[in-house]
Structures are given as C-alpha cells and as structure tokens.
Design a binder for this molecule. Structure first.
Ligand code: 5GP
Ligand code: ZN
Length: 110
C-alpha cells in the first residue's frame, strides 16, 4: 500500500517530526495553514475518521490526548483541532490525522 503517512511513521520518508510515541507520530505539515501546523497521526493505517471501528475509541482518544500534550509542550495557550473527513470534507491524505493549528498573536513564540 502506498501511503505517505505510513511511510513517514516508519521513517521511510522524511518529515519534520515533533513527537513520537509507540502508537502516534506528530510532524509539521508540509504546507502550513497557521504559524504552527502539526499533524497528529496514529501509526496504524486507518483511512479516515469515517473508517474508525467501534473498538477504536481508545485510539481516537489517544489522538486528542497526544495533541493536548504536544500543544502544552509547544507552549500553546490556544489552538484549533480539526479532522477533515472524506474528499467532501477536505481530506486529501487517506490516513487519519488530526490537524493542530495555532501560534497566532504571538502565542508560543517565546
Ligand atoms: P488533509 O487535507 O488530508 O486533511 O490534510 C493533509 C495534510 O497533510 C495537509 O496539512 C498537507 O499539507 C499535509 N501533507 C500532505 N503531504 C504531506 C507530506 O508528504 N509531508 C508532510 N509533512 N505533510 C504533508
Ligand atoms: Zn497510512
């Protein structure tokens, strides 16, 4: 399977990695839409939020918990968390990821 986020998760493709856990990888978006634009990505390939199983609640929670920890570590006071779901929802990469957007108005700059 040809998936860029799987490839980044396996360190087979380069990315600006910000944090890693056994189950998650966090890296900078190649085309940032905010001063800080990170992608929180489970290592396991799941195409989108729409493809989560009922048994994936722990993983879904861990994505948000990872975003919270990274935002805190980056010194962010406020931020946005966004899942794009499906082409009609603006999703371009078919490996589930949570956008962490922030850094406006000097937040986290010092
Ligand atoms: P989506 O539109 O699927 O919700 O968001 C895809 C995100 O992945 C965008 O922020 C886009 O810039 C980012 N992206 C796409 N391809 C790559 C890549 O090869 N490397 C990195 N670091 N980010 C990517
Ligand atoms: Zn993948």
């Amino acid at each position: 399977m040809d998936c860029i986020f799987c490839s980044i998760a396996k360190h087979e493709s380069p990315a600006d990695i910000v944090a890693e856990t056994p189950d998650m990888i966090v890296f900078k978006s190649i085309k940032p839409s905010a001063p800080i634009h990170l992608l929180v990505v489970p290592r396991r390939h799941i195409a989108s939020v729409a493809d989560l199983a009922d048994t994936d609640s722990e993983l879904a929670g861990e994505v948000i918990q990872t975003a919270r920890r990274v935002a805190r570590d980056q010194g962010l006071e406020g931020y946005k968390l966004i899942f794009n779901v499906g082409r009609k929802g603006g999703q371009a990469v078919d490996h589930v990821h949570l956008h962490l957007l922030g850094g406006w108005q000097g937040d986290a700059e010092e």
